[in-house]
Unconditional design. Sequence first.
Length: 165
Amino acid sequence: MGKEFIKKSCSSNRIMITNKIKKNNTCPLCGRMGKMVKNVTVKHLITDEFMGKIGNEDYYLCMDENCDIVYYDLNSGIIFSKQQVKVPIWFKDDANPKYACYCSKVTEEEVINAVVKDGATIMSQVLKITGAMSEPNCQNNNPLGQCCHKIVQEAINKGLAILNQ
Ligand SMILES: [Zn+2]
């Protein structure tokens, strides 16, 4: 009787743990962790056709490069795929063009070219050559709602890696 009770409470513990894992904001399609994105950003980037579906909650952005899902909210069950977002998501495998700076519409390729062809090595030179981040409005334009600086820097690093090959 006593043993039975312990078994039961163990298994109910396990169920609680499983529920917790399900709640932790992983993409419903690929299961990878998403990054939180403010509602205002999602409203800016979803195509007009699906505007009415968005509601007022914040969303998560699926960071998996092969996954079709862009934004999801596990509470409401609402998801938006790549086709329902106005801009290509730079880290998704088929993003075209791949933007490094969404505000000034500067592509990763342009940043890499500034490094490889024009000899820029640091951020300020790249920004001058490409015009990236000249009109920053990242909360509305960048799919994460965050400053494009980090993506531009990653593109610079790619350019420098090409030079060092
Ligand atoms: Zn996903």
